[in-house]
Design a protein around this ligand. Structure first.
Ligand code: KG4
Ligand code: ZN
Length: 352
C-alpha cells in the first residue's frame, strides 16, 4: 500500500447513505470528502424507519453518492487503496446494500475490503477532527439505536464495553417522549429546542439505575424506560384534571434527567479507570443539554472532552472511512470478500 493510503468508507446501517474518502497518514487522518444522502423524509410519515424503504433508497443513492464523493475529493476509483464498510450493527437490508456495493468495488478494483463496526465508527470519526486518539480514552456513543459506554485502549484492537442501555437508547427515549408530547418524528431535536426555554428543575423525574443497589451489576448501564413512563404519568395526571402541559418545563426536566445519568455514569467510569479523555459520539450527542452538562462535569473532573461537530455525530460515511483508516494504519489483515453483515454485531468486535 502507498505511504498514505486512501480509504473509501461506505455507511448504510440505517437511513443515511454515507460515502467518504479519508487519507490515512501515519500521524493523522485527513478527510477529503464526505457525502450523505438521507431517506429520512420518506420515513417521517410512518413515525419510524421502514427497513424496506431504506434499503431501496440506499440502492438508488449508492452510485451517485460514490460519484459525488470522488468528485469532491478530486480523485478517481483507481486512486482508492482500501474500502471500508459498515458490517453491523444495524438493519440487515440496508447493511446488505452497502456491503454488496463495497464487495463489488473491492473485487472490481482488486483492493482490500474492511468490514467495520458502526458504533465504534461514531467514536473513531473524532480522529478526523481532534487528531489521533491518545493511548486510553472513554467513549460514550449515544444515538437513536445505542447508548454505550466503551473503554478504548485502542480503537481497533482494544475496545471494552463497560455498559449499555438495558431498554431504550437515549435518542429513542427522546423520540418516544416526543411522540407522547405530540411533537413531530424524530422528537429528539424538538425536545432539545423546547428544553432550552424550560426549567430543568421544575419536575424531578427518576434517574434510572443510579440507586445504591444498582451499583454492583449496573454501575455503567443505562435505563430510560422508567423515565419515559414517569413523563407519561405526569402528563396524564395533568391532562386528567384539565390542566395545560408546560411543554418547556417537561422537556427541560426530562432532558436534564437523561443528561444527568449519562454524564454521571461516564465520569464515574473515567475516574474508576483513570481515563483523562472522553469522546462523545452518535446522533444524540447533538443534544444541547448533554453537551452542556458534559462540558461542566468534564472540566470539574479534569477530563479533556472531545465531541465532533454535529454533522459527524449523525450517521455518515466519514466515521466508517475514519475507522477504516485506523485499521489500515495498523497494517491489519483485510476482511474476507464474503464477509457477512451482522445486525447485532458485538461492540467489542471492531472489524470482521
Ligand atoms: O445516530 P443517529 O443519527 O441515528 C441512529 O443511529 O440512531 O441518531 C438519531 C437520534 C434520534 O433518536 C434523534 O431524535 C436524536 O438522535 N437526536 C437528538 C438531537 N438530535 C438528534 N436528541 C436530542 N436532542 C437533539 N438535539
Ligand atoms: Zn449511528
Amino acid at each position: 500500500m502507498t505511504a498514505a493510503p486512501l480509504v473509501l468508507g461506505i455507511e448504510t446501517s440505517c437511513d443515511e447513505t454515507g460515502v467518504a474518502l479519508v487519507r490515512a497518514h501515519a500521524d493523522r487522518s485527513e478527510l477529503l470528502a464526505d457525502v450523505v444522502a438521507s431517506s429520512m423524509d420518506e420515513h417521517a410519515r410512518f413515525g419510524g424507519i421502514i427497513p424496506e424503504i431504506a434499503s431501496r433508497a440506499h440502492l438508488e443513492a449508492m452510485i451517485p453518492t460514490i460519484e459525488r464523493a470522488l468528485a469532491t475529493a478530486g480523485v478517481g476509483l483507481a486512486d482508492v487503496d482500501a474500502i471500508a464498510v459498515t458490517a453491523g450493527p444495524g438493519l440487515v437490508g440496508p447493511l446488505t446494500v452497502g456491503a454488496s456495493a463495497a464487495k463489488a468495488l473491492a473485487l472490481g478494483l482488486g483492493k482490500p475490503l474492511f468490514g467495520v463496526n458502526h458504533v465504534i465508527g461514531h467514536a473513531a470519526v473524532d480522529e478526523l477532527v481532534d487528531g489521533l486518539f491518545p493511548e486510553r480514552l472513554m467513549a460514550l456513543v449515544v444515538s437513536g439505536g445505542h447508548s454505550s459506554l466503551l473503554l478504548v485502549d485502542d480503537v481497533v484492537t482494544g475496545v471494552t464495553e463497560l455498559g449499555s442501555t438495558l431498554d431504550d437508547a437515549a435518542g429513542e427515549a427522546f423520540d418516544k417522549v416526543g411522540r407522547l408530547l405530540g411533537l413531530p418524528y424524530p422528537g429528539g431535536p424538538h425536545i432539545d429546542r423546547l428544553a432550552r426555554e424550560g426549567d430543568p428543575t421544575a419536575i424531578r423525574f427518576p434517574r434510572g439505575l443510579t440507586a445504591a443497589k444498582d451499583q454492583e451489576k449496573h454501575a455503567y448501564d443505562f435505563s430510560f424506560s422508567g423515565l419515559k413512563t414517569a413523563v407519561a404519568r405526569w402528563v396524564e395526571a395533568r391532562t386528567d384534571v384539565g390542566q395545560p402541559i408546560p411543554l418547556n418545563d417537561v422537556a427541560a426536566s426530562f432532558a436534564a434527567a437523561v443528561a444527568d445519568v449519562l454524564t454521571a455514569k461516564t465520569i464515574a467510569a473515567c475516574r474508576r479507570h483513570d481515563v483523562r479523555t472522553l469522546v462523545i459520539g452518535g446522533g444524540f450527542s447533538a443534544n444541547s443539554q448533554l453537551r452542556e452538562l458534559a462540558a461542566i462535569r468534564c472540566a470539574e473532573a479534569g477530563i479533556a472532552l472531545r465531541i465532533p461537530p454535529i454533522r459527524f455525530c449523525t450517521d455518515n460515511g466519514a466515521m466508517i472511512a475514519a475507522l477504516g483508516a485506523a485499521v489500515v494504519r495498523r497494517g491489519l489483515a483485510p476482511s474476507s470478500l464474503d464477509l457477512p453483515v451482522d445486525s447485532s454485531m458485538p461492540l467489542e468486535t471492531v472489524r470482521v
